[in-house]
Design a binder for this molecule. Structure first.
Ligand code: FEO
Length: 171
């Protein structure tokens, strides 16, 4: 049976992961409105990954005999100044998620809940990847600057991202 305080913190994280999905869907919708379909695709795949994270936490509480409690999801921002501002906001968001995951690990270890601490290691590794993939795109956006041609090529590149459920992936 999972401890009450850990269950509450994971329920908070379920809400935050669902918000992350909302945020990336909102970023995807923004890119659609700008005619940047490749960027929109990348963000939609990112939103699907966040739903996978939500589901993973959901399943863990159930597996530990706990109770998932869902709450209202905050409305995400809907407008940005351009692709660079969007990806900088995404990076800032992911740094915040990493901090939350690390706090969860701290709590699990403090409570000697090694099953939860072990479960969370998947997310610790995932956050390294989450931050790095966004950082990579920020670097490319800075390289292309305001050159329309550069943005066009980057849009084509981001159009190729496909959602792969982690269980079926090689990592
Ligand atoms: Fe679920 Fe992007 O962290």
């Amino acid at each position: 049976m999972i401890r009450e305080n850990i269950q509450k913190s994971i329920n908070d994280q379920i809400n935050h992961e669902a918000f992350s999905a909302y945020l990336y869907y909102s970023m995807s919708a923004y890119f659609e409105s700008q005619g940047l379909k490749g960027f929109a695709n990348w963000m939609k795949v990112q939103a699907m990954e966040e739903l996978f994270h939500t589901n993973k936490f959901f399943g863990f509480i159930a597996e530990r005999g706990g109770r998932v409690e869902l709450r209202a999801i905050d409305a995400p921002k809907t407008e940005w100044k351009g692709p660079l501002e969007v990806f900088e906001a995404a990076y800032e968001h992911e740094v915040g998620v990493t901090h939350r995951i690390h706090k969860l690990v701290d709590l699990a270890l403090k409570e000697s809940d090694h099953a939860t601490a072990n479960f969370l290691q998947w997310f610790v590794a995932e956050q390294v990847e989450e931050e790095s993939s966004v950082e990579e795109i920020i670097a490319k956006l800075k390289l292309v600057g305001k050159a329309d041609g550069g943005l066009f090529f980057l849009d084509n590149e981001l159009a190729t991202r496909v959602y792969t459920p982690p269980a079926a992936a090689s990592k």
